[in-house]
Design a protein around this ligand. Structure first.
Ligand code: ZN
Length: 375
């Protein structure tokens, strides 16, 4: 009897979740259509929708045109039922975003504040979040939590830092943040978060590789919409693939790593660290920038082709440098297609969708993802 009851509660929860997830991925739709598409009975759908409406998680958005008989109500999920905060912690800055359930960026800020593994730093982050939420003017109770992206490799349970050289946080713990932030906190690897954000809205694309060209090079492998983390949470560390035996020294200590040839710094060092200025000068055909760019591309093209050969899926280029590459996409596709063993086609190469704060958005979307699963 208890088992039966448990089963029926379980089935009810599964149905509710299936309906909510369906609404999340579709335009406004009628109750009849939901029942039809999900192969559920009308009473089951009606009952679950009533509960979701009471929780303000779904809304009625109007009426469909009548095809005879009564007009059907249009049902949609409510994107502003909850919000999530995302933080991008870098060596010298902190970026913060507030997103709704749809992943829309409601507000973002970026502050210069170098990372220091000290109580004062984490307290400052706590104050920043409090001020940021006040400015956003959203109901405190609607905030799911804070997703924190770090340039670091995390432990399997994502509560601690296993490896970090970009910021001095090896052995760091999520508690350092959560003690100063009055919301649930979760940690993410920065490149994994950005890759996760890129694929969130790509309904049809299940697999992709994300190459992050920031001041350090990273990446992520997304398989069936999930991050492939590897055995040691070290997957997608494309910055430390060797492309030049005995080549330039990487910050990791090895020689010839991708990072030493393809980090955004290779370009922005010519413009006092200003990547936007680099691409502006490149556009007006300034000689030093053209020379740097062509040299840079010889290595970037090798990396992109290697990723295509390894994973046989779309390669998305992002990060500070990648965000400026829309204008050069056809040229880049031509270059990578020449390296392709199987076909003269570079259409698998894409430039990131999020030009700003992809990492912070991705960190926040992890909370949205958890929330959707919990309904
Ligand atoms: Zn390296």
């Amino acid at each position: 009897m208890i088992t039966n009851r448990a089963n029926s509660i379980e089935i009810k929860k599964i149905n509710r979740n299936v309906i909510y997830q369906f609404l999340y991925r579709h335009d406004p739709i009628s109750i009849q259509e939901i029942a039809q598409k999900l192969n559920l009975s009308l009473p089951t759908v009606t009952h679950n929708l009533k509960e979701l409406l009471e929780r303000d998680l779904v809304i009625e958005t109007g009426l469909f045109e009548s095809t005879g008989g009564r007009k059907a109500k249009a049902i949609s999920y409510n994107p502003i039922a909850k919000y999530a905060i995302g933080l991008d912690i870098t060596k010298n800055h902190v970026g913060a975003v507030l997103i709704d359930l749809n992943g829309n960026v409601i507000k973002h800020v970026r502050k210069q504040y170098p990372f220091v593994n000290s109580k004062a730093y984490f307290e400052w982050v706590g104050v920043l979040i409090k001020q940021f939420i006040d400015e956003c003017k959203v109901d405190d109770k609607k905030i799911l939590g804070v997703g924190i992206a770090l340039p670091a490799i995390l432990t399997h349970d994502k509560k601690m830092v296993n490896y970090a050289t970009v910021i001095d946080f090896k052995g760091g713990n999520i508690a350092s943040f959560s003690e100063c932030i009055p919301y649930p906190c979760i940690l993410s690897n920065d490149a994994n978060a950005a890759g996760f954000a890129e694929l969130w809205f790509e309904g049809n694309i299940q697999n992709a590789v994300y190459l992050s060209l920031n001041n350090s090079v990273g990446g992520s492998i997304i398989f069936s919409k999930n991050i492939y983390t590897g055995e040691n949470q070290r997957s997608g560390e494309f910055g430390h693939m060797t492309i030049v035996p005995n080549g330039l020294t990487c910050y990791c200590g090895q020689k010839g790593c991708v990072d030493a040839y393809c980090s955004a710094k290779i370009l922005s060092d010519s413009t006092d660290g200003n990547i936007a200025e680099f691409f502006r000068l490149l556009k007006v055909k300034n000689e030093p920038q053209i020379v740097l760019w062509e040299e840079y591309l010889t290595h970037l093209v090798v990396v992109i082709n290697n990723l295509r050969m390894l994973y046989d899926c779309n390669v998305i280029v992002g990060g500070y440098a990648g965000a400026y590459m829309d204008e050069y996409i056809e040229h880049l596709r031509e270059l990578v297609s020449r390296k392709n063993t199987f076909e003269r086609d570079g259409s698998y190469l894409q430039i990131c969708r999020y030009k700003l704060e992809a990492t912070a958005v991705g960190a926040a979307l992890q909370l949205v993802d958890n929330f959707i699963d919990s309904i």
